[in-house]
Ligand binder design. Structure first.
Ligand code: FAD
Length: 386
């Protein structure tokens, strides 16, 4: 076993951290107040990331990406996790699922996404179908050789800046011994397609400025050329490409937790009450001890799950454990950091209350904590026949 970073990995960590501290931190308070990222700020960040050659690091070099493996990409995402998500969104990491593009889809979607010319979003969730993806109502039916899509998606992150959206739609239903089961197909849908509307979504307490949108389809006509992967093969594409997003949530949670921890540590070492540094009170010092222990545990759990993927080892359970533990760790760490800051922790002069709010969504998106526990328990119990 080897726990240290290679020179190349250290370079990745240093480059990203430097960029986040220099380019992202100074903009965070403004974006938090504005509640959105103006186009010129997003474009400027994207240009700078392209200039340093770090755009689309998660794509193979053969299509113009950075060619990072899962472990190196997790190290990069960990550093991005320190910064505001609304802003780091423009450090383009297009959805890996675009590797399923075939034929001319590569020229129209995959390559422009990797070059930073087009931005994507991914839409699965609906008002009536969250954890239960197969419960989706958004459907497409065959009409004269095309697909006609009707339905609504909501909570779709980054769709406000997206040029196209990867949308999962029900394209049929099978009868199974357990009841009817929907067949799902993924479609590539361009902004501006007739019958397709990207509308503003809800205001979230977490990650202000990282907008979520509502997508409406009303008799939206799509040719076969817009199908990503196979017809009725949406779950296959999802399973092949979407598992890695849970590592992203985990590793970004670790990065953010380290930033918050550093602030709490510094405050505990500086702030005096009753004539001494508050860190010397065991009640505060022990919180510091628990925070750093949990951060390290989440970090290693996450990096190990990424490493397993790179080795071609089964990693479903490990990734679920990493997502579950790291997101719940972040909630505890941000809460403790706020407590250590006392009343000032709640005030928007400091970013602590923002980290505390931002942490909340990590236990919900990309599969709630309960769904991760479901995955973990099934993986452990199923081999025993339970
Ligand atoms: C800010 C934000 C951005 C998002 N961005 C996107 C996006 O870009 N694209 C996209 O497709 N989706 C996105 N989502 C959706 C996100 O993935 C869902 O919110 C999540 O999967 C949960 O679905 P739900 O909110 O409908 O909750 P529900 O599924 O209704 O769950 C409600 C509660 O029931 C529990 N529950 C449900 N089923 C079970 C079970 N089997 N066992 C135990 N407990 C269960 C859940 O854990 C939860 O506590 C986003 C969500 C948010 C909040």
């Amino acid at each position: 076993m080897q726990f240290g970073l290679t020179d190349e990995q250290q370079m990745i960590v240093d480059t990203v951290r430097d960029f986040v501290e220099r380019e992202i931190y100074p903009l965070e308070a403004e974006i938090e107040t504005l509640g959105h990222v103006p186009k010129e700020i997003g474009d400027d960040l994207r240009r700078k990331v392209l200039e340093i050659g770090f755009y689309a690091p998660n794509f193979p070099e053969a299509v113009g990406g950075g060619g990072l493996n899962h472990l190196d990409f997790a190290l990069l995402e960990r550093e991005l996790g320190r910064g505001s998500m609304a802003l780091t969104h423009f450090w383009g990491r297009p959805q890996n699922i675009l590797m399923a593009c075939a034929g001319e889809q590569r020229e129209r979607y995959l390559l422009p996404a990797v070059r930073g010319e087009k931005m994507d979003a991914l839409a699965m969730t609906e008002p009536g179908a969250g954890s239960d993806v197969r419960g989706m109502q958004c459907s497409a039916r065959r009409v004269g050789g095309d697909w006609v899509v009707n339905g609504t998606k909501h909570f779709i992150s980054g769709a406000d800046h997206a040029d196209f959206v990867i949308v999962f739609v029900a394209t049929g239903e099978d009868q199974t011994p357990k009841g009817p089961k929907k067949r799902i197909t993924a479609f590539l849908v361009d902004r501006g397609t007739p019958g397709f509307e990207i509308a503003p979504g809800y205001e979230s307490v977490s990650h202000r400025g990282y907008k979520n949108c509502i997508l409406r389809f009303e008799d939206c006509r799509l040719p076969d050329a817009q199908v990503l992967g196979d017809v009725d093969g949406g779950f296959a594409v999802m399973n092949e490409w979407l598992y890695a997003t849970r590592i992203t949530v985990a590793t970004m949670s670790v990065g953010r937790a380290r930033r918050v921890f550093d602030m709490a540590l510094a405050h505990a070492a500086e702030r005096e009450q009753f004539g001494q540094k508050i860190g010397r009170f065991q009640g505060v010092g022990f919180q510091i001890a628990d925070m750093i222990t949990e951060i390290d545990a989440a970090d290693w759990l996450t990096l190990a799950s990424a490493w397993r993927l790179d080795q071609g080892l089964p990693a479903n359970r490990e990734i679920a454990s990493a997502k579950l533990y790291a997101s719940e760790m972040l909630a505890r760490v941000t809460d403790a950091a706020l407590q250590i800051h006392g009343g000032m922790g709640l005030m928007n002069d400091l970013p602590i209350e923002r980290f505390w709010r931002d942490a909340r969504v990590e236990r919900i998106w990309d599969g709630t904590s309960e769904i991760q526990r479901h995955i973990i328990s099934r993986e452990m119990l199923r081999p025993l026949g339970a």
